[in-house]
Design a binder for this molecule. Structure first.
Ligand SMILES: [Fe+2]
Ligand SMILES: [Fe+2]
Length: 258
């Protein structure tokens, strides 16, 4: 089973490259499934219901989220209409939507996706480690393919989660920093791990935004309105080849397409 997991989709450039190329990428790479983090898809901050619907129609099977998921209010009722959009599972009780999904497609093996949010330099949410443990206990035994999008800032927290879940899930893949890291690996008990899978959007930028306003904010300390970069978009992520019978990742490959 081959799954492509894409890093944070950023603004119109990120959406456009997916609309234009994802169908062909699915064929070229013989992908069974595509999972993508969509927390920055609208203007670089948040995700509107329209963008979410279009991205799910463009060839993304499951879309995950992060600290910006709830920034656009019209996404809240959208959660009622689909189970293919996740938000971090460790938001406090009562948050709209869900953070864990078991998919049983007619045309392939079942798989589960879990979305978690880190707590270092992040909003105050429940413990992602305890939440992961609870969710794993509830997953059906006949679904060994289990992907975790750990949306977190600190490399230490991400590595800790990787080792915490090692041998219990297929992959722990980091998102949120928008910078693809060079540490794709199989942990000692077989879980695939990568600290951050990168950005689907304008890479030659300050994490997706035009650098000018970002520089001004750093230099003055004053709030600035950031503008989505006009740089050419790339797709970045991790390509996983998985033994669907055991859930073990055979290979994890950092992936990018300009
Ligand atoms: Fe992000
Ligand atoms: Fe984020």
């Amino acid at each position: 089973m081959r799954i492509l997991v894409l890093g944070d989709v950023f603004g119109r450039p990120g959406r456009s490259i997916l609309f234009e190329r994802l169908r062909q990428v699915r064929r070229d790479y013989a992908l069974d499934r595509v999972v993508a983090n969509g927390e920055n898809a609208s203007g670089g901050l948040g995700l509107t219901a329209k963008a979410a619907r279009q991205l799910l129609e463009a060839g993304i099977d499951v879309m995950t989220g992060g600290n910006h998921t709830f920034r656009r209010s019209d996404i809240i009722p959208f959660f009622e209409t689909t189970d293919r959009l996740l938000r971090p599972a460790n938001y406090p009780p009562g948050a709209p939507g869900a953070g864990c999904l078991v998919c049983r497609p007619k045309d392939g093996p079942p798989y589960a996706v879990i979305n978690l949010l880190g707590r270092t330099f992040m909003p105050a949410v429940d413990c992602p480690f305890a939440t992961a443990e609870t969710l794993l206990a509830g997953l059906p035994a006949d679904v060994p393919v289990r992907l975790v999008d750990f949306h977190a800032e600190a490399t230490s927290e991400k590595k800790a989660m990787g080792y915490f879940l090692d041998g219990r899930v297929s992959a722990v893949l980091g998102t949120h920093t928008h910078i693809q890291t060079a540490d794709a690996q199989l942990l000692p008990r077989g879980t695939a791990y990568m600290t951050d899978i990168g950005l689907t959007g304008p890479v030659a930028s300050a994490l997706g935004m035009d650098p000018e306003e970002v520089i001004a904010r750093f230099r003055t300390g004053l709030p600035r309105r950031f503008v989505v970069s006009k740089a050419a978009p790339e797709m970045q992520g991790a390509l996983l080849d998985i033994d669907a019978a055991t859930g073990k990742v055979v290979t994890i490959t950092p992936w990018r397409l300009a």
